[in-house]
Design a protein around this ligand. Structure first.
Ligand code: ADP
Ligand code: ADP
Ligand code: ZN
Length: 221
């Protein structure tokens, strides 16, 4: 199963991706997580990505495409994959199609998680993440058991520097202009599935599971 998770920042892509990857036993590939890991490891890629991420802008396509393609070449992606946060504009989507086509593959489904703008801002500004294991929380809807401490590894939670209100507004703008056209792009290919992301985390997951199980039955390998 080769799946893309689409949706505005804060829609719940990362949250759902962990559950989908576990349920269907496929690797979860998040370009945002890859950039943040590089930032923590202080690599050249991390330094370059930071310049764009802090401004709420997209990291250049040549860099992003190469990273995704290197990752998709790995052995564990033979059984499928779940892309979270990629593609984010039409050129990236075209590159992904070309890459898969050259290998005789195509996407199984694109899950588009829809959430209203007001809720997005609440979700992003209330998001807290674990800088060590990457777990995601929300101060109101998914708080950790102990205030500001990661349930999974005990580290102190932080707010992503691009989750402050100033960057959020810019990221939503970039989403509208660059990422939203992908809805049309994948609708035309007949593989887009819209999911109401305003429901609870578990309800959204049930809806996604149903959509993917339906798709898997029709999956011709
Ligand atoms: P994305 O990866 O799309 O940016 P996340 O999965 O990180 O989004 O979710 C953004 C924030 O919203 C997180 O703090 C997360 O805990 C919270 N969240 C995710 N899904 C829901 C939901 N269905 N209802 C309420 N809060 C949610
Ligand atoms: P969100 O929670 O907003 O969906 P992500 O973790 O997916 O955030 O992305 C954080 C930042 O990483 C983006 O604002 C952008 O700077 C960079 N980034 C992530 N994925 C891509 C991509 N596919 N192309 C370019 N930049 C990306
Ligand atoms: Zn942790």
């Amino acid at each position: 199963m080769r799946v893309v998770l689409l949706g505005p920042p804060g829609a719940g892509k990362g949250t759902q991706a962990l559950k989908i990857a576990k349920e269907f036993d496929i690797p979860h590939i998040s370009t945002g997580d890859i950039f943040r890991q590089n930032l923590r490891d202080n690599t050249e890629l991390g330094k370059l990505a930071k310049e764009y991420m802090d401004k709420g802008l997209l990291v250049p396509d040549e860099v992003t495409n190469r990273i995704v393609e290197d990752r998709l070449e790995k052995e564990d992606c033979k059984k499928g994959f779940l892309l979270d946060g990629y593609p984010r504009n039409i050129p990236q989507a075209e590159e992904l199609d070309k890459f898969l086509e050259e290998r005789g593959h195509s996407l199984t489904a694109v899950i588009n998680i829809q959430v209203e703008r007001e809720a997005l801002i609440d979700r992003i500004t209330g998001r807290r993440v674990c800088p060590v294991c990457g777990a995601t929380y929300h101060i109101k809807t998914s708080p950790p058991k102990v205030d500001n401490v990661c349930d999974k590894c005990g580290s102190e939670l932080i707010q992503r520097s691009d989750d402050k209100l100033e960057s959020v507004v810019k990221r939503l703008e970039v989403y509208e202009k660059e990422t939203k056209p992908l809805i049309d792009y994948y609708t035309k290919k007949g593989i887009l599935v819209n999911i109401d992301g305003n429901k609870s985390i578990d309800e959204v997951f049930e809806d996604i599971k149903k959509a993917l199980l339906g798709d898997r039955r029709n999956d011709i390998h």
